[in-house]
Design a protein around this ligand. Structure first.
Ligand code: ZN
Ligand code: ZN
Length: 206
């Protein structure tokens, strides 16, 4: 990746402004939170995006999942016809809430990505058939935003099942105590079956 350049100037295809200072994960390198690329102006040189997005640039995913620290990126953008091809890796720490015990916990995400960005609206119908192209992203305003891409990639990488640990014991269904901290003394709940009702009726008798 020797021909790569760093930095950006108002969304123009970049030329070097400053060298890399301590590039790498997780927090080194340039702050790339404001990098945008106007697709019309893509140059022929590959464009290396190696650095980080500050916590301020990307504080929450979709307004829901906190990102407490910087997110590192190691991506290469290249021209592919009139479109922009972006591939590489990115990652960072997100704060999730455990599905079972409802306690917050941190999780490191690392994503390998490989996408094509095309200027213009998404073609919904073409010849009466739906076009489904997963790896192609249509940019209505013709402008690639690194921050937007990073946010979307991290959202896609969020785990479906969020557990603070595989063996999380969860909360008591009766008193709400956290069973990870010890037993609460509640008796196990009756099974929710028609027979449980019969048993309760029976228990009315002294
Ligand atoms: Zn938990
Ligand atoms: Zn309990």
């Amino acid at each position: 990746m020797g021909a790569a350049v760093i930095g950006h100037r108002g969304g123009e295809w970049g030329s070097p402004e400053k060298g890399m200072a301590g590039a790498g994960r997780p927090t080194g390198g340039a702050d790339l939170g404001e990098v945008t690329i106007i697709l019309e102006k893509i140059g022929r040189k590959p464009y290396l995006m190696q650095g980080h997005l500050s916590a301020r640039a990307l504080s929450e995913l979709g307004g829901l999942v906190p990102v407490p620290g910087p997110v590192w990126v190691d991506l290469l953008a290249t021209r592919d016809g009139s479109s922009l091809h972006v591939a590489g890796r990115l990652g960072g720490r997100v704060e999730l809430v455990c599905d079972r015990c409802l306690q917050p916990f941190a999780r490191e995400l690392e994503v390998a990505t490989d996408r094509e960005f095309v200027a213009g609206p998404e073609p919904l119908h073409r010849g009466g058939e739906w076009e489904v192209q997963d790896e192609v992203v249509y940019l209505e305003d013709g402008t690639f935003s690194l921050r937007r891409m990073v946010e979307e990639e991290l959202i896609l990488a969020l785990p479906m099942r969020r557990l603070c640990r595989e063996a999380c014991a969860g909360l008591c269904m009766q008193c709400g105590a956290d069973h990870n901290l010890g037993a609460c003394g509640c008796s196990p709940p009756d099974r929710d079956t028609p027979f449980a009702v019969l048993k309760n009726l029976g228990s009315i008798d002294p």
